[in-house]
Design a protein around this ligand. Sequence first.
Ligand code: LLP
Length: 419
Amino acid sequence: MDHFAYRQGVLHAEDVPLPAIAAAIGTPAYVYSQATLVRHARVFREGLSGVNSPHLAFAVKANPNLAVLKVLAGEGYGADVVSGGELERALAAGMAPADIVFSGVGKDAAEMARALEVGIGQFNLESEEEGVELAAIAHSRGRTASAALRVNPDVDAGTHGKISTGKAENKFGVPFDRAAAIYARLAGLPGLNMRGLAVHIGSQLASLAPLERAFTRLGDLMRAIRADGHNVTHMDLGGGVGVPYKAGEITPSPAEYGAMVARITADWDAALMFEPGRVIAGNAGVLLTRVIRVKPGAGNPFVIVDAAMNDLARPALYDAWHDFVAAEPTGQRMTANIVGPICESSDTFAMARDIDALVPGDLAAFRTAGAYGATMASTYNSRSLVPEVMVSGARWAVVAERIAPAAILAAEHVPDWLA
Ligand code: LLP
């Protein structure tokens, strides 16, 4: 459930009519609902009521906006970060260092040193080599880094290939059959406190079955490593729970996910950690856009909107579906191709889509754009970096400014030999 709904025929975010935001700051613009973020954060936590004090680390990559992180920090969430930049954001949002987990296959030495310095809770190691390097960095500073070993369970998540991470051929984690040996070696290194295992098999999972297979394998590994005499006290089950992108689409509910987790982990005797991203932020945001022009096509007309693949990359990258609705629908419908102004054909949001009838100047919104939306934006075609707005009740505020092409141009330099 989210707080984007029509009132008297006008799409609102909570109590704010979206046309008011568009009139004030222009389009395209992302709009987030604080009440929806809070609701999703709580529903996910409640889903895990069968699990003993779960540790919730929001996957910052899904939506790193400072105001969004602040809301989630207020809900007791920590952060799953994958870069020094995300680490600084989580700290700036007031998340406790101890509640921060650092994932990612390519943490560099400077990032690891900074994370050690601020005292993050856990490094999720993605290779033996990374563990050896982290141990050396920590040891040389007289520190001990708490770490988990990310395991690649070789499970097909059944999602889009570009967002699958748990197959043997993917770059993530260590091979399942080598994990116990790597854990044993790393556990013997000074500077490292090996305390757990981690897994994340992919994103936008429509079914719980692959997660259950991965968690079951991880549990078996945990028992084997303990039998070897090592401590395994923390088990990080990653993120991945899918959300409905189409009206009526069925995805696993947090309650179903939580019940499955509780069943699989009942005898684990370990602290459980989670890294939800999309399930918290996805349906808490929309991308507002205005129709520039409607152009006849060979088949259906092209509705050309002022948002483009640089603002919302998911359709171009993953053929992703985002529901598209008029801010003030007339009741008429049309079949159209929805496209942006960028000069390549991948700048297509939908083909032959049945949508609210639109004419130039009309305002519309792409739904379920709160996760992997603004964070993946670029300035391709020298367009602005898209702004972000947070709504809370009848209040709203710009939480990320539009960065105009002139500001980006100002950061470029012509070398003296070309001047
Ligand atoms: N933990 C790790 C280690 C991850 O790599 C990810 C996402 C998550 C947690 C959060 O997964 P979620 O709960 O959001 O499914 N840009 C793509 C999604 C990439 C996901 C990358 N990793 C998209 O727009 O669909």
